[in-house]
Design a protein around this ligand. Structure first.
Ligand code: THU
Length: 131
């Protein structure tokens, strides 16, 4: 799976976004180590806090299907700026894959590459609970 292919899958998911309140569509495509890809979109709710982001949709689908070994995630939006993950999504990425690559796209299809550790420096994880 090339970066371009993963980015295309994330971009395709923009059509599935359910975002009647923000009108801010987000799509995600998550690559696992065995090559499986899980996709996601944001799913909003009239009770705003119930909303789930595209990235967490994809990660939750993966974990619930027995996949935790995340390699790379592409995140697509339609904005001029690169679509970076929110804090809650960064924290969930930290739980499973602190070294995962995160490709953040803008509306033109350009992307920037980060690692989860770059996006969440000094992040909290399960090792703190053992200290
Ligand atoms: N959103 C995502 O799907 N991913 C992010 O990381 C940032 C925010 C969604 C949530 C909400 O539906 C909309 O974008 C506006 O916040």
């Amino acid at each position: 799976m090339t970066d371009q292919e993963l980015c295309q899958k994330a971009t395709d998911m923009l059509e599935r976004a359910y975002c009647p309140y923000s009108h801010f569509a987000v799509g995600a495509a998550l690559l696992c180590s065995d090559g499986t890809v899980f996709t996601g979109c944001n799913v909003e709710n009239a009770s705003y806090g119930v909303t789930i982001c595209a990235e967490r949709t994809a990660m939750t689908k993966a974990v619930s299907e027995g996949h935790r070994d995340f390699v790379r995630i592409a995140i697509a939006g339609r904005s001029e700026d690169y679509c970076v993950p929110c804090g809650i999504c960064r924290q969930m990425m930290m739980e499973f894959a602190p070294d995962m690559e995160v490709l953040c796209l803008n509306g033109k299809g350009d992307y920037k590459r980060f690692t989860v550790r770059e996006l969440l420096p000094c992040g909290f994880d399960g090792t703190w609970l053992e200290k």
